[in-house]
Design a protein around this ligand. Structure first.
Ligand code: AMP
Ligand code: GLY
Length: 424
């Protein structure tokens, strides 16, 4: 089997390592990949959003299977284009990826099918949004309809902040066309849980739950980032809550998409908030999470490629997906200054890894045989262990053996989860 993977971050590195465990995999190409992924796959500088470039690459190399991982190519229809030329893919077609591509689409879907989510109002002009915001109680959440690099949701505490958010999105267009329409949403509280799931459009099989740490600084302070670290499993996500989510959220969502003529095949990511009134959907993503994947896939005992093929072929069963009872933690090492401005080009010194340790490279390039930093999030130090306290300790011990100038990390990844474990 020769496989094409689209994307180039830590998540793709984790996916590629998991795919390589299948003995029938001979070759993996990654577009564009990165300097670290190059150790595990052949990388070519074709951007993940360059669908024409991806299609011509696939026509030339004829991969047996493709895995499209990031949101933007999925929303743009990368899977549709590859399947048109006969390449079977893991990932939703554009008409299903809209579940992430338009928050208004997904909100309407949830309302129509009674799937629990935050109350919200939709606005397509700034004047009516602002007149609503003058009357409403705070805090509320202002969200851009379309993709916005994970920065399109702004929690505002008063009218002044709300006005700025509306102005940025609808008038100054900081997220481009993504902010032409916005949602103003009820502010929910409670622990957040990420649940990634495999689905073939009919059957949905949740993966082990996880917890992201989105803010840049310790104590969940500072700016929102793409994710500074993760742990799995999430201790707030009990068996009882999992059963409620399956019945009220996971199955109804997959069923709703099928009824709408948009069967979702691939990884469907449920971003949930466990409120006092029960679990509610904060967001859907049409893909694996980053850095959730880096802790979820090391705990997968079954063969990832077979599951992905079953999702594509409509033959997924619960029995195909087995996770270990252990735990995992990923500590992201970023360039100091991320998510604002930061310097790059520093050499990364990587240690040898032991059993249970992995380093997933996110933002690095190769230059004259050296691995240099090239992005905000540079890499994830991942440890898998029998329990969460050990996984967290080992992930930090691994992070301590990795060096580059201006490396920055949070020092409390997993702390809240460990506190929740103690409360049990
Ligand atoms: P999103 O872009 O929808 O993933 O939102 C990013 C983050 O904003 C989420 O992970 C939550 O922490 C927060 N958030 C989004 N929507 C809400 C909401 N309705 N209530 C409270 N927090 C929210
Ligand atoms: N870690 C959040 C996401 O992948 O959207």
């Amino acid at each position: 089997m020769n496989i094409l993977v689209i994307g180039g971050g830590g998540r793709e590195h984790a996916v590629i390592k998991a795919l390589k465990k299948n003995g029938s995999v001979q070759k993996i190409w990654c577009l564009p990949g990165n300097g670290g992924i190059a150790a595990d796959a052949e990388c070519f500088p074709v951007k993940a959003t360059d669908l024409d470039g991806i299609v011509s690459f696939a026509k030339e190399k004829r991969p047996d299977f493709a895995v499209v991982t990031p949101d933007d190519p999925l929303v743009l229809g990368c899977v549709d284009r590859l399947e048109e030329i006969g390449v079977p893919c893991f990932g939703p077609r554009a008409n299903a990826a809209i579940l992430e591509g338009s928050k208004i689409f997904s909100k309407d879907l949830m309302k129509k099918y009674g799937i629990p989510t935050a109350e919200s109002r939709i606005f397509d002009d700034p004047a009516s949004a602002l007149s609503y915001l003058k009357e409403t109680a705070y805090p509320v959440v202002v969200k851009a309809d379309g993709l916005a690099l994970g920065k399109g949701a702004i929690i505002v505490q008063n009218f002044e902040e709300a006005e700025k958010a509306v102005r940025d999105m609808m008038i100054d267009k900081v997220f481009g066309a993504s902010g032409s329409r916005i949602l103003i949403e009820e502010f929910l509280t409670g622990p957040e849980v990420s649940v990634l799931s495999f689905t073939d459009g009919k059957t949905v099989v949740p993966m082990v739950s996880s917890m992201d740490h989105k803010r840049a600084q310790d104590g969940d302070r500072g700016l929102n980032t793409g994710g500074m670290g993760t742990i799995a499993p999430n201790p707030y996500y009990t068996k009882e809550i999992a059963d409620v989510c399956m019945e009220k959220i996971f199955l109804p969502t997959v069923e709703a998409m099928r009824k709408e003529g948009r069967p979702f095949r691939g990884c469907l990511y449920f971003g949930l908030m466990l409120t006092k009134a029960g679990p509610k959907v904060i967001e859907y993503n049409c893909r694996f999470g980053d850095p959730e994947t880096q802790v979820v896939l090391p705990l997968l005992e079954s063969d990832l490629l077979s599951i992905m093929q079953a999702c594509r072929n409509g033959t997924l069963t619960k029995e195909m997906v087995k996770f270990s009872k252990g735990a995992a933690c990923c500590v992201v090492l970023a360039s100091e200054g991320y998510p604002l401005s930061y310097r790059t080009g520093f050499e990364i010194s990587l240690p040898d890894t032991k059993e249970g340790e992995e380093i997933d490279i996110a933002g690095a390039k190769l230059s004259e045989g050296k691995l240099l930093t090239s992005g905000g999030r540079v890499l994830g130090a991942v440890a898998r262990a029998a329990d969460l306290p050990t996984a967290v300790k080992n992930a930090y011990a691994l992070a301590d053996r990795i060096f580059f100038q201006n490396a920055y990390r949070r020092s409390d990844i997993g702390a809240r989860a460990l506190a929740a474990l103690k409360e049990e």
